[in-house]
Every structure is written in structure tokens, then in C-alpha cells.
Design a protein around this ligand. Sequence first.
Ligand SMILES: *Cc1c(COP(=O)(O)O)cnc(C)c1O
Length: 235
Amino acid sequence: MNKREEVLKKVDVKENFEKINKDILQICKKSNRNFEDIKLIAVTKYVSDERVEQAQKVGLTNFAENRSVNYLERKAKFPNQIWHLIGSLQTRKVKDVIDKVDYFHALDRQSLAQEINKRAEKVIKCFVQVNVSGEESKHGLKVEEVVDFIKSLEKYPKIKVVGLMTMAPFVDDEETIRNCFKKLKELQDDIKNLELIYAPCEFLSMGMSNDYKIAIEEGATHIRIGTALVGAELK
Ligand SMILES: *Cc1c(COP(=O)(O)O)cnc(C)c1O
């Protein structure tokens, strides 16, 4: 076995997939939720095409990349999957990528919404990204900005707000992480109560390799998992 094969072999996508599914099932039972309501998205930004193939083979159907260039490449190579663009998007890149996006998880500013509306030929399913934890380094709107921002999107017929997205802070303290997810859920309820036709906001994109179990307990509908599912080898 050469070096590359060794590295590839270390991660067992099938085993990881089964473990995560088992976790989802268990938490669903415990918290009275439907297994079908939770979408597992394989984040493939760290891995080679071989891994994507393995993931496809075990039955994964939702995939994500965080940069528009990689997104386009991957979607072209694996066109039959559902693809999520999960990273922040520069306004000038919108025109190249937007009509190929199945779900966009990082809508975080007015100028981006405007550009998407201008360039898109179809209605784009967007998650509004929220920086719940308030860390400087993170993208996303502040919690208190979100309602006004979403109200302001009414003038953009190409934008549909299907949900909210957040990344929890990278800390060990479970309560801090849980509070972050709880806050996003509360915000989702506020937005649902507005009953905006263009913003049904039925989904919550939250939970990654380290915190997906907490996220599901707190109402996640889309968990975005890279390392714990397909691994994190360098391409
Ligand atoms: C990389 C990334 C993930 C997956 O991270 P892991 O910790 O490897 O599971 C999820 N969401 C976003 C936005 C990412 O950039």
C-alpha cells in the first residue's frame, strides 16, 4: 500500500456514516423528532474526489463546499448530488456560481442579497447566517439585526429564506455551544411568526463534527459534517 492509499484507508466513510446515523436516530427518539427531518450534509472541502465517491457510494446525497471555485468543480464532477455552498461568498463571484447553487448557507449582507437578486435566474434557497456568539472572526449578522434584515429582503424576488445558519464557537464548554444553538432556534421562531411568504424559515443549519449531537437536540435540520464523516486529509 502506498502512502496515499494508507491515508485514504484510515477513514472509513461507511463506518462514520453509520455512526452518525445512529446518533441522529438516538437523539431523535429522545427528543421526539423525526429522523427524516434531519439532513446530513457531507462537507468535502478537505478531501479528494475519491472520498466524495466513497460518500456517494454509501448513500450520502447532500454535499457541501465552502469556496465558490471548489464548489463549481465538485458540482460539475458529481452533478447528481444536492450541493450546498456553505462559505461566505464575495459579491463579485455571485454571477459565476449562483445559478448552480442548490442551497446557499451564508447570506449575511444587503449588498450580497442585491447581487444575488440581480444575477440569479431562478429563486435561490438561502440560509441567513447569524453570528450568535459575536466572535469578531466570524461572518454573519448579529442576532439583533436579523429580523430587520429578513424584512428588507422582501424586495428581492429571487431570494427565498429557507432557514438560518450558524457556527458555534470553538470551545469545550457544552453550555456555551448549546446556548448558541438555542438562540438560533428562538430567532427562527420569531421569524416564522412573521409569516413572510418569501421567508418560511423552516430549517436550521447548525452542528459540525464536534457539536452535531447538541445541535440536533436543539432543533438542527441540517448538520454540516466534514472531519467526522469523510475525514480531513489534505487534497
Ligand atoms: C468546514 C465547515 C464545516 C465542517 O467542519 P468539520 O468540523 O470538519 O465537520 C461545517 N460548516 C462550515 C461552514 C464549514 O466551513
